[in-house]
Design a protein around this ligand. Structure first.
Ligand code: OGA
Ligand code: MN
Length: 214
């Protein structure tokens, strides 16, 4: 990258500032149209070229026995590396966001990991947390949605549990270009059963190299 890593050069600083403001205020941020149009277009075109063979059933750590797993989550995932142009551009944007958030919020984000996810009709992901208190692991979670013309009857909402003792559900439609960012330890969340194919990119930022990714 030639430019300073926090200067994406595409106007993303305005969005980064919105994310930082929301995270500081409430711990989460929901933003429609958060990505540069060219990057969003690149990612959505790439995901459309991917086939079933590119995706693998997602696991849930220790209890990864498939029959147990299916009761908890049904999605298939594909980790993103720099092999494709779209993935490389996405990782660059994430790096810029990481640098910005570290400067603005002193989060000490050190690395990120990111995967495409596909939920087919009937798939869901039961209520869970992306990180566990006291374990140095995921600090910030982010999901980007790549679904054109999502309708309310399509289901598949992300529900994040906000407010006092995480008792207030907030449903987000997985609409094209929407991003949701939240502090991983503080917001349990779930994906309601979807009625059509649902594509997203899930990302986690970690605070240190101490706990190896995956
Ligand atoms: C996850 C997750 C939410 C979504 O992958 O951990 O919570 O809306 N995804 O896809
Ligand atoms: Mn999650």
């Amino acid at each position: 990258m030639n430019k300073a890593a926090d200067d994406a050069g595409d106007g993303s600083e305005l969005i980064f500032a919105d994310i930082a403001r929301d995270i500081a205020a409430t711990g989460y941020s929901i933003l429609p149209n958060a990505l540069p149009a060219a990057l969003l277009d690149q990612l959505s075109k790439h995901v459309q070229t991917m086939s079933g063979a590119d995706f693998k059933k997602a696991g849930i750590g220790r209890e990864s026995a498939q029959h147990l797993n299916q009761l908890i989550r049904g999605d298939e995932i594909c980790w993103i590396n720099g092999d494709h142009e779209a993935g490389a551009a996405w990782l660059g944007w994430l790096e810029s966001l990481q640098v910005f958030l570290n400067r603005r919020l002193f989060l000490g984000l050190f690395s990120s990991e990111s995967h495409y996810a596909h939920y087919g009709p009937g798939d869901f992901y039961k209520k869970h947390s992306d990180a566990f208190k006291g374990e140095a692991n995921r600090v910030l979670s982010m999901v980007l949605y790549l679904n054109n013309e999502w309708q309310s009857e399509d289901g598949g909402e992300l529900v994040i549990y906000t407010g006092y003792e995480a008792q207030t559900p907030l449903a987000v439609s997985p609409s094209f270009g929407t991003i949701v960012v939240f502090l991983s330890e503080d917001f349990p969340h779930e994906v309601l059963p979807t009625r059509r194919d649902r594509f997203s990119i899930a990302t986690w930022f970690r605070a240190s190299s101490a706990s190896a990714p995956r």
